[in-house]
Design a protein around this ligand. Structure first.
Ligand code: ATP
Length: 600
């Protein structure tokens, strides 16, 4: 396929916010794609070159792209910068410049453009900045205006088409079956091998039948299993029992550890909750993983600062300092880190995803049992019980230790990759659960919310009063709907410290956009002064979910949506992508259960 044709599809996708229309356009594109290019097309339309887990970053800042535009279209950097500022978008500026320059473009194939972009991303080391600019300029100057528009956006992560991998899975189903009947099989495969390009190639070549042979593979991340919430602690045993596994909910970095042996060497890869490659962040885990007595293994763990001598955990704020890559070694020395292993999905050539948890736990004990209490990779503690009082006591104890709460597990459940359900139930300390438990009232029944809510920051208000010194006076929060659009849920203003205000104000700067993103559903009366593209997710603690005529999340036939009472910022969730935020459906379900709980 020529890149120009792909750009035509991208333009149509950009022009619609209807998920059905997008799915149809994508299915048409995938049908037309050849078997050898479909993977590259999938990555490109998601604004990437390879799946995030392979960790190839462009390392191109806007300034460099402006320099490339100037060189491509024989103008000055000042003029190129002026065009970008005037259009508020590097892609639109590239389009104008290419048009004015009368760039007709060569007939470049998708594969040729992909190869050129790959080379630019891979170039690193001394002098690479200048080389990247030159190569980008040369690529842009070979393209027609529409192609240039999208090629300029991709390296900056600003493709802004308004859909995620979920829509692409629907489109793949449409491509092979003509409807959504293949979606389940495709999603199952994607949950255990989260590489959408490889999956698309496989479906294109072998159809749905080829997916049944697809299993977890060391080196390719598995989509994480997620925990459901409960309003009434007394229901835990009923939902996941009769006997449940009670584990402490540690508050660190979720880390999937993959180990495999190949060509005489041991390979280790680590992945975060959102499946990014975090191998470089935890050298001591990599070191310890290489010594595990296995041919191959995939482990689910929480990596957290841990002081073995006193058996105490570092608070999240300390563990998180690891994120700054260049200081990894310094923090490794200062805050010892341990990965607490709570699940295993693969061992020595066999996928364990479908096996019941009690069997997977036996594997873990066999693998790590003797090592408990020592080393960087440790077995997470677990208590088996059918007694609700034991669970309540464990929750109180976990909180007294400054931990996040508990995760209670169904021993018969498979590893539910990519799905949230009652196979795991989280009981969080900072929510109403503990307040009620402490007060002794309601015997652990939760009147308020059972969990924090992860929201997207959609915009900011300039505001009045003392906060104006931070540049903004408050934020608009939203959550994703089933159609992948984002719906407004609440304002966030007073529930933040000055320090948090400053941080969030600073973080939104890079993501400001001139107009409301097309995938936002926001009423005029709550429209913010500044729009922010889908990028930042924040964790919010609130007292209650209320009905609101002004917000669009969970809006029913009576036109009333949902909102949050007394929202407070807990932290920015860098480990979540916008579509990983709490969904509008989940907020609605919490709202319904909150009502039932208080009327009990
Ligand atoms: P949260 O904000 O509650 O961490 P989440 O969406 O990231 O939300 P959930 O599925 O709701 O994740 O809760 C499970 C999370 O708890 C995991 O992502 C993991 O990081 C953490 N965790 C800590 N200890 C455990 C454990 N023993 N078993 C499972 N998950 C654990």
């Amino acid at each position: 396929m020529y890149f120009k044709e792909l750009a035509g599809y991208l333009e149509r996708l950009e022009g619609t916010s209807s998920r059905n229309t997008m799915t149809d356009i994508l299915a048409d594109l995938l049908k037309h794609a050849g078997g050898t290019e479909i993977d590259e097309i999938c990555y490109l339309i998601l604004g990437e070159l390879v799946p995030a887990y392979r960790g190839l970053e462009f390392q191109i800042a806007e300034k460099m792209m402006i320099a490339a535009l100037a060189a491509a279209y024989s103008t000055t950097r000042e003029e190129a910068a002026r065009r970008v500022a005037a259009r508020g978008d590097v892609g639109d500026a590239a389009y104008d410049l290419a048009r004015d320059h009368r760039s007709l473009g060569k007939r470049m194939t998708v594969a040729a453009v992909y190869r050129a972009m790959y080379g630019i991303a891979e170039d690193a080391g001394e002098g690479s900045q200048e080389r990247k600019i030159r190569a980008m300029a040369s690529l842009l100057s070979s393209l027609d205006p529409l192609s240039a528009k999208y090629v300029a956006r991709i390296p900056l992560g600003k493709l802004r088409l308004g859909f995620s991998d979920a829509t692409l899975l629907d489109a793949l189903s449409l491509m092979v079956t003509g409807d959504k009947s293949g979606r389940r099989a495709i999603e199952r495969a994607y949950n255990v091998t989260a590489d959408i390009g490889a999956l698309a190639s496989r479906v294109k070549r072998g159809g749905l039948a080829s997916l049944s042979r697809l299993h977890a593979t060391p080196g390719i991340p598995i989509r994480p299993s997620l925990a459901e919430r409960l309003n009434d602690i007394n229901d835990v045993v009923k939902k996941a029992g009769p006997i449940v596994g009670v584990e402490v909910k540690l508050d660190g970095f979720r880390t999937q550890i993959h180990v495999w042996r190949e060509k005489g060497g041991v390979h280790v890869r680590l992945f975060s909750r959102n499946l990014e490659n975090t191998t470089a962040m935890f050298p001591e885990i990599v070191h310890a993983a290489k010594k595990l007595p296995v041919q191959s293994v995939i482990l689910d763990t929480e990596a957290i600062g841990y002081y073995a001598r006193t058996d105490t955990f570092a608070p999240f704020q300390e563990t998180v300092q690891r994120k700054r890559k260049h200081e990894v070694a310094e923090f490794a020395a200062r805050i010892p880190l341990a990965a607490f292993v709570f699940d295993v999905m693969y061992r020595d050539g066999t996928s364990l995803v479908a096996r019941p948890f009690r069997e997977r736990r036996r594997h873990l004990q066999d693998l790590l049992g003797r090592r408990t209490g020592a080393g960087t990779i440790r077995l997470a503690g677990q208590r088996l019980t059918d007694d609700i009082d034991v669970i309540k006591a464990e929750l109180t104890q976990s909180v007294n230790k400054g931990l996040e709460g508990l995760v209670v597990k169904n021993l018969s459940a498979p590893y539910e990759a990519g799905s949230r359900g009652f196979h795991w139930i989280k009981l969080k300390a900072n929510t109403a659960a503990l307040g009620n438990l402490r007060a002794g009232g309601a015997g652990g029944r939760i009147k308020g919310l059972p969990d924090t809510i992860d929201c997207l920051v959609m915009g900011a208000y300039r505001g009045r009063g003392k906060r104006t010194k931070f540049g903004v006076g408050g934020f608009l929060l939203g959550v994703p709907g089933r159609d992948e659009r984002f719906y407004s849920l609440s304002r966030l203003g007073t529930g933040m410290s000055d320090e948090q205000f400053r941080e969030l104000g600073r973080r939104i700067k890079a993501h400001e956009v001139a107009a409301m993103p097309k995938e936002y559903v926001v009423d005029k009366e709550v429209a913010p002064d500044i729009w922010i593209e889908p990028s930042l997710v924040v964790e919010i603690l609130a007292d209650e979910i209320t009905r609101s005529p002004r917000h669009s999340a969970g809006r029913g036939r009576d036109r009333r949506g949902l909102s949050l009472r007394f929202p407070r910022l807990v932290r920015v969730r860098d480990d979540k992508k916008p579509h990983d935020a709490t969904s509008a459906d989940e907020v609605s379900s919490m709202h319904r259960r909150q009502k039932t709980a208080s009327s009990k």
